[in-house]
Design a protein. Structure first.
Length: 768
């Protein structure tokens, strides 16, 4: 955990001046995850030195500065300073992290150029997201709200030993607050532009003294959409989210601790999020009429004015149950069990043509259930730390999907005129079973030199099947009035099935040298693995051949240092990743029919290298600085895909979500106002170089280099009981695309999704 007192809860602030003013400081002093001040019980004085951060990146508690790997830890104070309501808003505070919302309400997460853009169930993430040590299998449920949060840890680089499954690029750990052993109350209410309102609350404390503690936490937020839909006149992409978490911590004796957690989320906006037309879109208002009079929709110029017909559904329900039991078998040995069940229901209608006609509108209805069981044994002595265990994971996903293609044309004529379906439905059932055995050892060879060894064996079995139904009646719409599936309304396609297994051994070797009490040098090599599977959009036996696993060898060297008598922490790392068999989605036209086709394949090999620096400093009492700087050189060594039916070398393309340079800077100042009040001023700025948002590296869909600025001012009582904050995000109102669809090969257009415009709010906080 991060050792903070209640008194320190809101003292650390991270303001920044504009990056153009403070960039030289960023380049010189670049930063690790935030560290917070120690406050006195009176809240009137603060320690000048930085506080120690304790993390569980290696499944045991240890100081962040003693972990021989790249880890950033953001506690609730730092997340408060970043005005972060969900995980996407912390991305600029962590080097080489890209974390944003995709087209399918999914988390798009990349670390050091490794991740996954696709939102469907068959495309496993490349960066694992964990909630209280439980892997979250679906990208839609990985977009976590940051309420009831103790800290978030970001582990960069392949985590193939202790984490294993789908952590080829790294892992993001959400750690919720533990049930407190003293009564605690937290309340938050706020309102802002776009009719934004939010309420957060938490209450906890002992239920049976020294034996049973409990807590309940609730989050609610709603707002209007940032965009206006010109076709309907209503706003587009609104928010209406309710989430909760409750936990019981039971301590029956000195040897046994048990923690039971239940959580849930209901996301019920009025509309889904719609893309912007970046190119001309052509369709036929009357597909069975005159094919020589197409309707042409020009590109939109305002990112927050869309023009769509299919955006009426985006519902998400998720629930989770976790039981964690820890036994202290002796002074040296302990045993831990984590049993977890999670489930999700997700419904979406997405307009992927950006026009008011049903040119290519998508329906998704998904149900998913997962169970995981992890057993870990740990031995800790003065010279050796050993963790080993077994892991089991079972995932069952059923996705009902379809599309309307009632207005698309081939050679200027409606598709139905050529015998191609005007709409279609499919049912995809996928089962995954994964078993792993692992061990991780840290041994002190000398007083200064530590050896780290890790090994994991993973076996996964995947089974998938798809059944289809095609419709040739232009009046049938799977979006507006979905017909009964396989009940005679359409023509059934040939069912396809597949089953395959994958396994891999992922080792890790590291050395850590304690050059002094305040300086650590380290080097490591690790292998990461993500299993193969079956294309969830495939419609033929050829397309349903299994794709291969991804693998990466990651090499890293770095340092961690405490300077200026504990007033400054500077950490840095250099790395090189040898990345093989990248799993990518490409969109194009079927070479035989010319109609839309999606293909998921192992298309590429890549080399990724770079460096990262992090800094946290408290030069004087009340002033806190945080900064990061990252450089990334990500390029394909080999990349061959079908373009127009021909295998083409496209290795010159830039890699997805891999900007060459990125940096952030935060400065905060906390000061007394009289004898009973304190004020805080905060600003932060983040720079990101040009970023390609999709696999074709389209210049039209790329995000040019930009700077985002956030700021707030706050006033609170000296005992931290009450606080009021006025804040703004994206102060300069930058228009930034975060994801794109390049469908230029067929049907012939390109679309973008954009980051939120300027938002502001006022919030009140109460703590007891």
């Amino acid at each position: 955990m991060i050792k903070t007192t209640a008194a320190a809860h809101r003292h650390a602030r991270y303001p920044a001046r504009l990056l153009s003013v403070l960039l030289p400081a960023t380049l010189a002093l670049t930063a690790p995850a935030a560290v917070q001040a120690q406050a006195s019980d009176t809240r009137a004085q603060r320690a000048v030195t930085l506080e120690e951060i304790v993390v569980t990146a290696r499944r045991r508690e240890e100081s962040l500065q003693d972990v021989p790997m790249s880890v950033s830890a953001l506690d609730s104070n730092r997340l408060f300073a970043l005005q972060a309501d969900d995980l996407t808003q912390m991305q600029f505070a962590v080097p080489n992290l890209y974390f944003d919302r995709g087209d399918g309400a999914n988390a798009v997460v990349f670390l050091r150029g490794i991740g996954q853009n696709d939102s469907l169930a068959f495309a496993d993430p490349g960066v694992g997201v964990y909630v209280d040590d439980v892997f979250v299998a679906r990208s839609q449920t990985a977009l976590l709200e940051l309420f009831d949060v103790d800290r978030v840890e970001v582990l960069r680089g392949p985590q193939g030993t202790l984490y294993g499954r789908n952590t080829i690029g790294g892992a993001i750990k959400f750690v919720s607050t533990p049930p407190p052993d003293e009564p605690e109350i937290y309340g938050e209410a706020g309102a802002g532009n776009y009719n934004f309102t939010t309420i957060n609350g938490r209450i906890g404390g002992p239920l049976v003294a020294n034996t049973l503690n409990g807590k309940i936490a609730v989050h609610y937020a709603q707002r209007d959409g940032y965009a206006t839909n010109q076709a309907s006149g209503a706003n587009d992409g609104d928010m209406d989210t309710l989430a909760w978490r409750a936990a019981l911590a039971w301590f029956p004796n000195d040897q046994l601790d048990m923690l039971f957690t239940i959580d849930g989320k209901r996301d019920r906006p009025d509309t889904s999020r719609s893309p912007l037309r970046e190119t001309t879109v052509t369709g036929f208002a009357d597909p069975i009429g005159d094919p020589t009079t197409p309707t042409v929709f020009q590109p939109r110029t305002d990112p927050y004015v869309v023009d769509v017909n299919a955006n009426g559904l985006s519902d998400l329900s998720s629930d989770g149950f976790t039981l964690k039991a820890s036994w202290a078998l002796s002074d040296d040995w302990s045993l831990e069990s984590i049993s977890a069940w999670r489930e999700m229901d997700f419904d979406l209608i997405l307009d992927t043509d950006g026009s008011p006609l049903p040119i290519l509108d998508i329906l998704v209805r998904e149900q998913q259930k997962q169970f995981s069981q992890e057993l870990r044994a740990s031995y800790n002595s003065e010279r050796m730390n050993l963790t080993g265990g077994l892991y089991y994971f079972n995932d069952d996903d059923s996705t009902f999907s379809g599309f309307d293609d009632g207005s698309a044309g081939i050679f200027g004529f409606p598709v139905v005129a050529f015998g191609f379906p005007s709409s279609a439905l499919a049912q995809t059932d996928q089962k995954t079973e994964s078993i792993a055995v692992f061990a991780d050892l840290s041994y002190a060879l000398t007083e200064k030199l530590d050896l780290g060894l890790g090994l994991r064996y993973t076996y996964e079995e995947k089974e998938s099947g798809r059944v289809f139904e095609n419709f040739f009646d232009i009046n049938v719409s799977v979006i507006n009035n979905t017909p009964p599936f396989l009940q005679g309304a359409g023509l059934p396609g040939t069912p396809i099935v597949g089953k395959a297994d994958f396994d891999d051994v992922t080792p890790k070797l590291s050395f850590a040298y304690h050059a002094s009490d305040d300086t650590l040098l380290y080097a490591s090599v690790a292998r990461g693995f993500k299993s193969g599977g079956f294309d969830g959009r495939g419609s033929t036996e050829f397309q349903f051949q299994p794709f291969d696993p991804e693998t990466v060898w990651g090499y890293e060297a770095g340092f961690k240092s405490m300077l200026a008598d504990g007033r400054m922490v500077v950490n840095g790392a250099v790395f090189y990743n040898d990345y093989s068999d990248l799993q990518v989605t490409s969109f194009g036209a079927d070479p035989g029919t010319g109609v839309f086709q999606s293909l998921f394949t192992n298309a590429a090999e890549a080399s990724i290298k770079g460096f990262e620096f992090e800094l946290a400093a408290r030069p004087v009492d009340g002033l806190d600085l945080n900064a990061t700087l990252a450089w990334l050189d990500a390029s394909y060594d080999e990349f061959n895909i079908l373009v127009g039916g021909v295998v083409t070398d496209v290795s010159s393309r830039s890699m997805v979500n891999s900007p060459e340079w990125s940096a952030s800077l935060g400065v905060s100042y906390d000061y007394a106002i009289g004898s009973r009040m304190r004020g805080s001023v905060h600003a932060d700025a983040a720079y990101r170089d040009k970023t390609y948002t999709e696999i074709t590296a389209s210049e039209l869909l790329a995000a040019d280099a930009y700077v985002l600025v956030n700021a707030f001012v706050a006033l609170r009582t000296d005992d931290d009981r009450w606080e009021v904050r006025a804040g703004v995000r994206n102060l300069t109102d930058r228009e930034v695309p975060v994801q794109g669809f390049n469908l230029s090969e067929f049907p012939g257009y390109q679309l973008s999704f954009y980051r939120a415009p300027r938002t502001y709010d006022i919030r009140a906080f109460y703590r007891y």
